[in-house]
Design a protein around this ligand. Structure first.
Ligand code: SAH
Ligand code: SF4
Ligand code: F3S
Length: 445
């Protein structure tokens, strides 16, 4: 056999913004560049290449990238050979404009074309200049990527990408392109590789993960529930989670899976955004508050101990006091375990950005505070209810204190307990003794 000379060692630093799908993509970018000789750098200072994997969801997220690019520009004065790449949703949304605004960028790739980074790097090292790729060849991306190589105890697996829903506030349909589900065979193979690499939990990712409809080689369509069923047969896989779901796609078979599939964890992130039917309609969410409440009821019937989570937007254009109160009322009815809430942020190119009745920053602030106060009360109540309970914890890594490990409860709480390092990657029962704002502490029983 011909022996391959290893390429010279170079260092890569990937900085990730935004959602879990970006985290997954960042890991894949590292896998993709490893054969080119890139190993992990601890920071941009020691890196030969820096990738910013960006998020465009709210104005603040998008603006952060430009301040980081400013820092990199200064750094590049002394490190002329350092490559600066921008990937992710800001790259997709701004394209050429971004290259003009930040000339420090050498490479720009959208979320559906980052598999082309190696050829782009080769091109600019040969010919100089810049390289830009913002097509949506979704069908080829996953085929072109190498098998996932690294895995923690909990691993992400993108099963579905893109969005066809076009909520009027949201950039995702424009940055991630149309909905596309990966084939079940490829996902099962990737899941097995992740488990072989040490994963005991897999978190299935999609912008609308419960809209997953994968076509297998026989032309049969698989739902997310069916995919979870097949994944559950991987013996050493202990836990399955999925995120983010849309209320409209919470189908009966998926709800049943929460009753029947023991590996499917009792935690569901099901964003509702608002409790007002007027606002929901203006957002193009395609359901009413009542539909959401009924869905929650059915999920709780199937799996009484399920914990619910949601995203909320306050101050959507036209949101009245009564609309906001409807959101508060929905929250009181559901009782959420954990949530994310945001002030509406105007995004270029989205229909809501052009709406007449924009809400003032002051009102947005007041509503966000009131909502977060209520949500925090619910989160505290949920966490208090864990005190004295014995929870099954999947240990993931060493904790901050010596001899301590951190893992996750079925409901995603970080749980700290004294345990031997051999427990990493294993399930243990922990009796909860104390809690901090977000995490639990206890003793292994
Ligand atoms: N696909 C998911 C959400 C993905 S974006 C869903 O349909 O629920 C993640 C969250 O960001 C959204 O749930 C929403 O709450 C928030 N978000 C999206 N666009 C926003 C905007 N323009 N302003 C404020 N928050 C926004
Ligand atoms: Fe954005 Fe709506 Fe699609 Fe979610 S469903 S990604 S909020 S457009
Ligand atoms: Fe942000 Fe793109 Fe995810 S806009 S939230 S990184 S899909």
């Amino acid at each position: 056999m011909k022996s391959l000379k290893p390429p010279p060692m170079k260092k890569l630093f990937v900085k990730t913004y935004g959602c879990q799908m970006n985290a997954y993509d960042s890991a894949r970018i590292a896998d993709l560049l490893a054969p080119l000789g890139y190993g992990a750098a601890t920071g941009p200072e020691e890196a030969d290449m820096v990738v910013l994997n960006t998020c465009h969801i709210r104005e603040k997220a998008a603006e952060k990238v430009y301040s980081e690019l400013g820092t990199l520009r200064a750094l590049k004065q002394d490190k002329k050979d350092m490559l600066v790449a921008v990937a992710g949703c800001v790259a997709q949304a701004e394209g050429e404009l971004m290259l003009k605004r930040a000339p420090v960028i050498d490479l720009l790739v959208g979320p559906q074309s980052y598999h082309r980074l190696p050829e782009m790097i080769a091109k600019i090292s040969r010919a100089g200049g810049k390289a830009l790729q913002t097509d949506f060849p979704a069908l080829e991306k996953f085929d072109a990527l190498p098998q996932a190589q690294t895995s923690g105890v909990s691993a992400f697996l993108t099963v579905q990408e893109g969005c066809d829903k076009f909520c009027t506030f949201c950039v995702v349909p424009y940055t991630r392109g149309p909905e596309h589900s990966r084939a079940p065979e490829a996902l099962l193979a990737e899941a097995k590789a992740l488990v072989d690499g040490g994963a005991r939990e897999i978190v299935l990712l999609g912008q609308n993960v419960n809209a997953y409809r994968g076509h297998d080689a026989n032309g049969k369509i698989w739902s997310l529930a069916r995919l979870c069923e097949a994944l559950a047969r991987i013996e050493r896989l202990a836990r399955i989670r999925y995120t983010t779901s849309h209320p409209r796609d919470m189908t009966a078979d998926l709800i049943d899976a929460h009753r029947d599939n023991e590996k499917l964890m009792p935690f569901l992130h099901l964003p509702v955004q608002s409790g007002s039917d007027t606002v929901l309609a203006a957002m193009n969410r395609q359901h009413r508050a009542e539909d959401y409440l009924r869905t929650i009821e059915r999920i709780r019937d199937a799996r009484p101990d399920i914990a619910l989570s949601s995203d909320f937007i306050v101050g959507f254009p036209g949101e009245s006091d009564a609309d906001f109160e409807a959101t508060m009322e929905l929250v009181r009815q559901v009782k959420f375990a954990q949530t994310f809430s945001f002030k509406y942020s105007k995004r270029p190119g989205t229909p809501a950005a052009a709406a007449q009745k924009q809400i003032s920053e002051k009102v947005k602030d007041e509503r966000l505070q009131a909502l977060q106060r209520l949500l925090l009360e619910q989160q505290d109540a949920f966490n208090d209810a864990q005190l004295g309970q014995t929870l099954e914890v999947l240990f993931e890594k060493p904790g901050r204190e010596a001899g301590q490990l951190v893992g996750r409860s079925p409901w995603l709480h970080p749980v700290h307990a004294k345990a031997d390092a051999s427990m990493i990657g294993r399930l243990g029962k922990v009796r909860v003794e104390r809690r901090t704002a977000n995490s639990l502490k206890g003793a292994l029983v």
